[in-house]
Design a protein. Structure first.
Lengths: 185, 163, 669
């Protein structure tokens, strides 16, 4: 009995050390995803995209609302802003997906002056089919956005299937393209 | 990847320019509602700053959430409804008081279990100390002569201490 | 050249640490006195070399040698001298050197003051201390060398994070490390005792002063940190249950338990297996704190130098030190003999209760801090554990702890009379009731928790005072006799009273500011006034100033009460161009029973006014005043003659081998 009690601290400690080691090192090794305490999964995965209706950014009158997300195969929704530096970093990838791979991409201009968002797209290129203006960031809250840029994969039924937080780098783009291809079938 | 993340954090930090947390224009006129809003805000984590409640945070998103909380309250939501509203959008991470469910039983009941086990351990230990004390006392039953001798010795020692 | 000397000294320190960890250990095992004796000069040598290294780094900071990468990354030529110096440890690499310096300091201290230790125990303590030194020196040299050069050298540095350019934070880490590292010595004592296979009252006595040093430093370090948060973060919060804060609180709680359980070892030769475990765990928690802060496994507002590579290295150290000693513990602890006997209701019984509650509290903080990480690692959801959790779990544990705290010292050793002790506390009970009635009258019954809290504070404080009054039989015997008794009391008894009273004062501060704070947030224009808790704040002017390495917008508030000027406050909003960071500097006027706290925010968009936050924080200075009183209690206890070097160790102390003879006479009742 007392032997067992004496062994308890050792056992508990090594279990804890194992968790530390896993989070710090082995998780990346086994799953390919590094432990990142500040990255959050979306609460809306596999749930319908929230109800919203945003006015159009461009003169074409193509605003963005929940109705636009239903039907028409899988699509991406990108939350961006002209004041957001990482958005500039990911922009080439967005352009490539829209132009070279024909992916449908919708944009939400987050807490940004419309003229600034427009200039942003004029200078860097416009990959979006529809762009809604979320001036006060309220629609973004319904999406659970916590930092721009964020990119969502929405399936044909208008359900959110995946969220990427932070700039979309080339390897992230490959992953997204694969997902869109699979959902599009 | 990690570099980009650091960059993102940096940008978010810049976003979160250190103005003050709750701003005058956010406050509700009704002090009771405002007090409830503050209470709720202390339960919600500012997601951008990672370890502050939205009540303490300067970040833009925290401000938006504070305004949202107040709007819901004005619209007549109960405190729980407001918390559920935010929870629905941001998930468990936004709650500073984690919901009680099987996954978090270890968290919520762990301390009580530790207290019970440690308490039982302490009780067993204390009983052992006392039982032994009793046993020693019984085995060392003194003869009247011995007791008298001890009493004399003790008296002498006390006398010495006083002097 | 000087950085290279520092680097070289660090390598020499490592070699000396290796010698220190091997030779005395082998010597003690073989009974080779000459080898055992090597520990002492090696410890001195290590201290000397690490001091040289630390001095070299500090020199590089003082002269702003930006050819050193570490200096270039963390300093700036325009920075005030104080922060150039404190910048030495305001970064990961430099703070590690400071850590190693303190490790060496404690090693040398035990070599210097340990004349009364049995030679084998001393040799083993030094060896274990040396091993920890080897680990940290290897870590420093391998992953975090501060002496790396930069070529070409930049013209100026990138500046220290402005939040760290602050007197509170300049001295917070050294004390914190002194605490953390101080527990390395109790750890070494525990490990050495396990190697020896013997723990006796003398061991309890030897380990207690070092525990006291570490505990007092850690208390001061934590208090400085929370004080910094209070005035720097700009809304008067002083504790956030942030993982980094918890990382320092856990060793403090465990160390406090250790401080008390060592008394039972010393006085009653009991609770030995537990105390050894506690000594190991306290240092393990210190190491884990370092790991959590520096590895990036948790997110925190304070985390610095987040780097998984370093995280793995610290984890390795943690596993080696803690895992190794716990295995040694599992092997040796069952053979430790149980000693003295006591009834559940006795001073020793109260100390067991203290340990039960403090270790449960430690476990609660541990669970709350690590649960999100463990859940995430096991594939569960991502959760946050914040103040609401700790308020619901930790605080209830403190209530019985404080309730028992006032009673414990009044109980006699071995077997005591609880009713009698409570009876002798009648004055404390009455005074506590008066305080609670005052709180009811002044603040109402809105917050029951606040009333319970203030009752606890009063109970702890008056309980300590009454206990002391009882000891010296105040008002029962002529005053001169009482004074004579007070003089005759051991310093340890005084230390207990002072520290317990200090905790009562600190609790009052915590409760006061949490429950009864008044706040006003508004836009003010020059000439406007705002009233908070009966104090009138008048904004007189706002001006822009250029100081050292920052630009500041400074407001001037005049605070009036009933028309009379009480204070002038100068809150600031600073902009550090080099670091590209803004900080708010709150202005605080303290009246000792409360703080007036003003923060200047952004200019409104129309440019005519400023957002301001004004607070009245009742009792808040008591948090830090009480903490300092606790530290003083620790130091008074430390000055107890039983701990002094060269004083004969009581009856039957041969000085050659540990024996049960070192039991101190019970203080006269």
């Amino acid at each position: 009995m007392s032997r067992v009690v004496i062994l308890l601290p050792v056992v508990l400690f090594f279990a804890l050390a194992g968790v530390f080691a896993y989070a710090l090192y082995f998780k990346e090794l086994f799953t390919g995803v590094a432990h990142n305490p500040s990255e959050l999964p979306s609460a809306l995965i596999d749930r319908p995209a929230p109800e919203f209706a945003l006015p159009a950014l461009r003169d074409d009158g193509q605003g963005l609302s929940s109705a636009d997300l239903k039907g028409g195969g899988a699509k991406l929704v990108n939350v961006f802003a002209s004041w957001c530096a990482p958005c500039r970093i990911e922009h080439p990838q967005l352009m490539e997906m829209a132009k070279a791979h024909g992916v449908t991409l919708h944009g939400i201009a987050y807490k940004d002056k419309p003229e600034d968002s427009r200039r942003f797209l004029e200078v860097l290129g416009d990959p979006f089919t529809r762009v809604g203006v979320d001036r006060d960031g309220r629609a973004a809250i319904d999406w659970g956005v916590y930092g721009v840029p964020e990119t969502y994969v929405v399936d044909a039924d208008g359900h959110i299937r995946y969220r990427h937080v932070g700039p979309l780098m080339p390897q992230d783009m490959e992953k997204m393209l694969g997902m869109v291809r699979e959902l599009g079938r | 990847m990690r570099r980009w993340h650091a960059l993102l954090t940096l940008v978010l930090l810049l976003l979160a320019s250190p103005t003050l947390a709750v701003m005058p224009d956010e406050k509700l006129a009704d002090p009771a509602l405002e007090a409830r809003a503050r209470e709720i805000s202390k339960e919600l984590r500012c997601l951008v700053c990672q370890n502050q409640s939205i009540d303490d945070s300067d970040a833009g998103l925290a401000r938006d959430l504070r305004v949202l909380v107040r709007e819901r309250l004005v619209a007549g939501d109960s405190n729980d409804q407001v918390l559920r509203f935010v929870h629905d959008r941001y998930g468990d991470f936004v709650l500073l008081r984690p919901p009680v469910r099987p996954e978090t039983w270890g968290l919520w009941f762990g301390p009580a279990v530790v207290l019970l086990i440690a308490g039982a351990g302490a009780a067993v230990y204390l009983r052992g100390r006392r039982k032994d004390a009793h046993a020693v006392a019984v085995s060392a039953d003194l003869t009247p002569e011995e007791e008298a001798r001890i009493a004399a010795l003790l008296a002498k020692e006390r006398g010495e201490k006083r002097s | 050249m000087i950085p290279e000397i520092g680097h070289y000294a660090l390598v020499l320190a490592l070699l000396l640490a290796i010698v220190q960890s091997v030779m005395p250990l082998v010597g003690a095992a073989r009974g080779n006195v000459a080898w055992m004796e090597v520990g002492r000069p090696a410890a001195y040598g290590q201290l000397l070399m690490v001091t040289v290294a630390f001095g070299a780094l500090m020199w590089a900071y003082i002269v702003s040698d930006f050819s050193v990468l570490n200096v270039a990354e963390n300093s700036h030529s325009l920075k005030p001298m104080l922060y150039k110096i404190s910048g030495t440890w305001g970064n990961h690499e430099g703070s590690l050197i400071l850590w190693v310096l303190m490790l060496a300091l404690f090693g040398a201290a035990v070599a210097w003051f340990g004349g009364n230790l049995p030679p084998t125990l001393k040799a083993r303590v030094l060896a274990v201390q040396g091993m920890i030194g080897v680990g940290f020196l290897l870590f420093t040299l391998g992953t975090s060398n501060p002496f790396i050069r930069l070529d070409p050298a930049p013209l100026d540095g990138q500046d220290l994070n402005p939040l760290l350019q602050d007197p509170g934070l300049a001295f917070h880490p050294p004390f914190l490390y002194l605490g953390y590292v101080g527990f390395s010595l109790t750890f070494s004592f525990a490990a050495a005792a396990l190697i020896e296979g013997r723990v006796d009252p003398a061991w309890g006595r030897w380990v207690r002063p070092w525990t006291l040093v570490a505990w007092a430093s850690l208390t001061l370090g934590i208090a400085l940190g929370s004080w910094w948060a209070y005035y720097e973060l700009g809304w008067g919060g002083w504790w956030f249950w942030d993982p980094v804060e918890n990382a320092s609180l856990m060793p403090w709680l465990a160390g406090t338990a250790l401080l008390h359980s060592a008394i039972v070892v010393e006085k009653r030769d009991a609770l030995k297996t537990w105390t050894i475990l506690l000594a190991i765990l306290t240092f393990a928690l210190s190491l884990m704190g370092t790991f959590l802060v520096r590895s990036g496994v948790l997110t925190s507002v304070h985390a610095f130098a987040v780097d998984p590579q370093r995280g793995i290295a610290i984890l390795f150290l943690l596993v080696l030190a803690t895992g190794g000693s716990l295995i040694l513990y599992a092997m040796r602890a069952p053979s430790l003999k149980t000693g003295g006997l006591f009834a559940p209701v006795s001073r020793e019984g109260a100390l067991v209760l203290n340990n039960l509650l403090l270790s449960t509290a430690t476990a609660t903080v541990l669970i709350g801090t690590l649960y999100p990480l463990v859940l995430d690692a096991m594939g569960g959801s991502k959760i946050s554990v914040g103040p609401p959790f700790f308020n619901a779990t930790f605080v209830p544990l403190m209530i019985p702890l404080v309730a028992a705290m006032a009673v414990g010292p009044l109980l006699a050793g071995k077997r005591a009379d609880l009713a009698g002790a409570l009876g002798r506390l009648w004055a404390a009970i009455a005074l506590t009731a008066v305080v609670v009635l005052w709180a009811l009258w002044a603040h109402g019954a809105d917050s029951v928790l606040a009333l319970v809290g203030i009752a606890m504070a009063a109970w702890a404080f008056f309980g300590a005072i009454v206990e002391m009054a009882e000891r010296i039989r105040l008002f029962r015997v002529p005053l001169a006799d009482s004074i004579a008794r007070a003089r005759g009391l051991p310093h340890g008894a005084w230390g207990t009273t002072i520290a317990h009273a200090g905790l009562g004062v600190a609790i009052a501060g915590m409760v006061g500011t949490s429950a009864w704070v008044s706040e006003d947030i508004r836009v003010m224009r020059v000439g406007d006034t705002a009233t908070v808790a009966g104090y009138e704040f008048r904004l007189d002017k706002v001006e822009e100033l250029r100081v050292d390495n920052y630009i500041t917008e400074q407001g001037t508030f005049t605070v009036l009460r009933d028309g009379a000027v009480i204070a002038t406050l100068y809150p600031e909003q600073r902009w550090y161009p080099v670091a590209r960071m803004e900080t708010t500097e709150a202005a605080i006027h303290t009246t000792f029973v409360s703080d007036l706290y003003a923060v200047l925010g952004d200019r409104t968009e129309d440019g005519t006014g400023h957002t301001v936050r004004l607070y009245h924080h009742p009792l808040v200075p008591w948090i830090w005043f009480g903490s300092v009183v606790m530290v003083i209690g620790g130091l008074v206890s430390l000055s107890d003659r039983r701990f002094r070097i060269g004083v004969p160790q009581g009856r039957g102390q041969s000085g050659k081998a540990p024996s049960a003879g070192g039991i101190a006479p019970q203080p006269a009742e």
